[in-house]
Design a protein around this ligand. Structure first.
Ligand code: FAD
Ligand code: DLZ
Ligand code: SF4
Length: 514
């Protein structure tokens, strides 16, 4: 047992900005001391989008202020503080010694990397489970152990039953089914636009952080000036209310749609605020359920949204902690190709890719289908090394933390875990993008062509992917029809598709932007 004389030191990380954080519940504001630190190690382990650094530092500074108002003693270390040791473990060691703290209280980290560094630090740590999630690491382990492959759907049904969300009094799912995803694949009617997004002005704290980030992180990709994210709990609530009022009703219907110049459509844009602790998962789910019960939205919108939160989000976190650290190195297809340079610049003739990447650089945001079926799909078809594409997603999105980014990218997009998390790769040709967006009309490539010089690259790369991984994928029942279609093509057509795919991959290898 560690001795408890003197103050105890509590750590609050940049993605732990919640008043109900476990460490805050375990410690005593009258006696104990909190530490918050802006450090280079966290800001540079991938080249985070500058807006993401602004978000974290500004939200951290606002949270420290709010904690002090609630009576906490907070030691806050700014990035430019002269004695800043540049890492979380270093700052904890420095302050533990300075304060003579006998215990250092920490809430489970979001990332394995940091948790490992803290465990290796020799500090007298007292760990607390992160109760902001509905499914603890232990509960997930209990659910997952003994299963050779995991699937989101049974996990989600289990979570619905555990949480009581969208259940009828007899325990059956509202509407008679667990999942209404088939209602949520509508393409966008011509002329329909998303609502005007909620934007938040810069106060003095954010202005100071913007100046710091401009000066220190000029080498990171992404534009800093468009920053308009919520940085306090009150602002995050406004963003959430904006979504409830203007977008939730249409969320389900157009969840998979993409449109020129419409980065958000009816998506909530709450992931960054939620992941850093400015929003509370339980409140979000309760609000969506009551909007449905009050007849304000249809079930497909309510169920679709709740599934993302208590299904996908909790599922990927569970997989992450269940399979780390070896999960990060999986590469079932043996992909080695480096990430093409245009992922960092948006300079490509592929309109869908340019739109998704440009808005990512400008806003630190792309919605799920853009990540999955455009930039992700291309990386899968082009055989990009999983670790390279994972690092890109981790760097460029405002909401990106390893626990959520890695399973989504390595597992769902790249199928690099060999189908542990998902039953089939989400590979698709240009036809899917054409059906779900209006991008193709403005593209230099022709989506209806596959082998010509101006043919959509997604088309031949799709068939090339299926041909080169035939051994691993042909027995997958969910791909049986696709392989039958491939088999039904004349040999000359298959050869032409292969050849066009080879040409495109060779151009990528030569450093050309497609
Ligand atoms: P909405 O579409 O409005 O959805 C509502 C909420 O549901 C999101 O805010 C998010 O909290 C949750 N959600 C939806 N889908 C997922 C999912 N697959 N996994 C986890 N949560 C989900 N999400 C992150 O929060 N951080 C990431 O680093 C991240 N990386 C991704 C990488 C790839 C390759 C892919 C395909 C998806 C990734 N996602 C990630 C999931 C999803 O794309 C984002 O959560 C979503 O786009 C955020 O925008 P939104 O708040 O407008 O979401
Ligand atoms: C993402 C991030 C950044 C950019 N900077 C800091 C920081 O300076 N201090 C801090 O406490 N947290 C930061 N974070 C969030 C951490 O990277 C995050 O807590 C870990 O990745 C674990 O999820
Ligand atoms: Fe994307 Fe192909 Fe459509 Fe161009 S034609 S926008 S590359 S899917």
């Amino acid at each position: 047992m560690v001795e408890t004389r003197g103050p105890r030191l509590g750590l609050v990380l940049g993605d732990q900005l919640s008043f109900n954080l476990a460490v805050l519940q375990a410690l005593d504001p009258q006696r104990d001391v909190l530490l918050m630190a802006e450090v280079d190690a966290e800001a540079r382990y991938v080249p985070h989008h500058p807006q993401k650094i602004v978000l974290i530092f500004s939200a951290m500074r606002h949270f420290a202020q709010a904690l002090r108002q609630r009576g906490w003693q907070v030691h806050y270390v700014t990035l430019d503080a002269p004695d800043n040791s540049a890492s979380i473990a270093g700052e904890l060691q420095r302050w533990q010694q300075a304060l003579g703290a006998t215990q250092v209280h920490v809430t489970e980290c979001g990332e394995w990397r940091l948790e490992q560094a803290l465990n290796d630090s020799g500090l007298p740590l007292v760990w607390h489970a992160d109760k902001r999630f509905l499914c603890s690491r232990q509960a997930f382990a209990g659910w997952a152990s003994g299963r050779a492959n995991l699937r989101m759907e049974p996990f989600y049904q289990w979570m619905r039953k555990r949480s009581g969300l969208l259940l009828e009094p007899d325990g059956s799912p509202s509407g008679g089914a667990w999942n209404f995803d088939s209602d949520n694949r509508k393409s966008l009617p011509r002329g329909l636009r998303g609502p005007f997004p909620a934007r938040f002005a810069h106060d003095a704290i954010t202005l100071e952080v913007l100046a710091l980030v401009r000066e220190r992180f000029a080498d990171h990709y992404g534009r800093v000036d468009r920053f308009d994210y919520p940085v306090t709990h009150a602002q995050a609530q406004s963003l959430w209310q904006h979504f409830l009022e203007f977008s939730l009703a249409a969320f389900g219907d157009y969840q998979d749609a993409m449109a020129e110049g419409e980065p958000f459509l009816f998506h909530a844009r709450i992931s960054a605020a939620l992941n850093i602790g400015l929003l509370d998962l339980r409140q979000l789910c309760a609000d969506v359920e009551s909007a449905y019960r009050l007849g304000r939205i249809r079930l497909n919108a309510a169920e679709g949204f709740i599934r993302q939160l208590i299904g996908w989000r909790e599922y990927v976190r569970g997989v992450y902690w269940w399979r780390m650290p070896e999960y990060a190195d999986l590469n079932a297809f043996g992909n080695r190709r480096p990430l093409p340079g245009f992922y960092w610049t948006g300079t490509t003739g592929m309109r869908c890719m340019a739109q998704a990447i440009d808005q990512t650089l400008e806003l630190g945001y792309a919605h799920h289908i853009q990540r999955l079926m455009v930039t992700g799909n291309f990386a899968l078809l082009a055989g990009i090394a999983p670790q390279a594409i994972c690092d890109w997603y981790l760097a460029v999105y405002m909401d990106a933390f390893d626990w959520v980014e890695l399973p989504n990218t390595l597992g769902m997009v790249m199928h690099a875990d060999g189908g542990y998390l998902g039953s089939k790769p989400y590979c698709a040709s240009g036809r899917y993008i054409q059906r779900m967006s209006d991008y193709c009309g403005a593209c230099q490539y022709r989506v209806e062509q596959a082998v010509e010089d101006d043919a959509c690259p997604f088309n031949s790369l799709y068939w090339h992917f299926l041909m080169r991984h035939r051994q691993q994928l042909a027995d997958n029942p969910r791909l049986a029809m696709v392989y039958r279609n491939l088999q039904g093509l004349p040999e000359s057509r298959r050869q032409a598709l292969w050849q066009r795919g080879e040409t495109l991959l060779a151009r990528l290898d030569a450093g050309e932007a497609l």
